[in-house]
Design a binder for this molecule. Structure first.
Ligand code: ZN
Length: 94
């Protein structure tokens, strides 16, 4: 799983384990990930994708990719979610 060095509270991913350990032992604990407008929209799109007709899937995938690009600029948190969208099938939310 790609979640090896990911903080389970804020979902931030770290390149090295020691960075995650340092992050976890901060004096001020990280805040749990808040739902940004993009995240809420992404969830909505994923939900729609589950029930979408085959011909709607491509549009939804495009929208999801745009949202992911916007989110990556902000945080880089869900970079590996994008690779799951690479194929021609849509994976359900997270
Ligand atoms: Zn954290």
């Amino acid at each position: 799983m790609a979640d090896a060095n990911r903080c389970e509270r804020c979902r931030k991913k770290f390149r090295y384990p020691y960075l995650l350990r340092r992050h976890r032992s901060r004096k001020t604990p990280c805040a749990a990930a808040e739902a940004s407008p993009e995240t809420a929209e992404l969830e909505e799109l994923c939900h729609r994708a589950i029930y979408a007709q085959k011909e709607q899937i491509d549009d939804l995938v495009q929208l999801v990719k745009l949202l992911i690009a916007a989110l990556e600029k902000k945080s880089g948190v869900i970079a590996d979610f994008q690779s799951e969208l690479g194929g021609d099938k849509v994976s359900p939310c997270f």
